[in-house]
Design a protein around this ligand. Sequence first.
Ligand SMILES: Nc1ncnc2c1ncn2[C@@H]1O[C@H](COP(=O)(O)OP(=O)(O)O)[C@@H](O)[C@H]1O
Ligand SMILES: Cc1ncc(COP(=O)(O)OP(=O)(O)O)c(N)n1
Length: 269
Amino acid sequence: MTTRIPNVLSIAGTDPSGGAGIMADLKTFGALGAYGCGVVTAVVAQNTQGVEAVGLLTPDQVRTQIENLLADVRIDAIKIGMLGSAAVIETVADALEAHPEVPWRVLDPVMVASSGDRLLDEDAVDALRSRLVPTADVITPNLAEAAVLLDLPEPPPEPTEDLAARLAQLGAGVMLKGGHGTGDSSEDILLVGGDVTHLSAPRIATRNTHGTGCTLSAAMAALRPQRDGWAEATRDAKDYLTQALAASERLDVGAGTGHGPVHHFHAWW
Ligand SMILES: Nc1ncnc2c1ncn2[C@@H]1O[C@H](COP(=O)(O)OP(=O)(O)O)[C@@H](O)[C@H]1O
Ligand SMILES: Cc1ncc(COP(=O)(O)OP(=O)(O)O)c(N)n1
């Protein structure tokens, strides 16, 4: 645990509507006492209704941003989000292997937006599984992403310890998210270093769920340098997200027919 203000890096795609991607990550870092840095991997035309277009940056463009940043700024934790292609996954994996000094790494295996639009090439899953997952401390799949990572025919209905254990065999700790269920509570399972933690929160009745996965993984990265372990950091990250969901109706973003953002600065305004 550090007492200095942590510098936390998001490597992710953009969301001009500010609810997901690198925009959400930087808001989350700021709200949770971390100084935010960002490396852009993709320029995504999206809003609360869905994704209109995806423009991937080249591996060289991503590599140069990472190397230039790390040559100057001490990074205390990294959150990795949308990468888009196998080539960019290889580039980020190489960069992380070359920088073992970055202590904490959270990987959100972003594949598909809640609108159904693809954010990762289909042929990139192997590279994600074999090159990037083993470089992470914790991966944060939702149930659909867990099914793809484990080659299951369809997403399981809810997170289970068995599913988390099978994901952990890919080489990282696991925060298996159950946000897409329908019960009264929203249940996740954290499995790190053989320790299982069940995380439960009341399910908030709102359409403003755009960027919940981005916000959760960013909060874990922001809090890990400020807490004693992943269990404490993840519990506090989920509490922050639950409050941001509960306060989201105070925002007025989008036409109201899509999925709006959570309120990242609910504690201030
Ligand atoms: N309506 C909700 N109320 C409370 N928590 C939620 C709700 N929707 C999602 N969550 C929580 O948000 C986090 C992200 O989960 P999920 O929505 O499954 O991820 P993703 O955005 O990657 O699909 C999890 O901790 C999940 O339990
Ligand atoms: C640029 C970008 N990255 C990730 C996502 C997916 O965000 P997520 O938190 O999983 O939330 P939904 O979009 O699924 O609601 C994204 N949309 N854009």
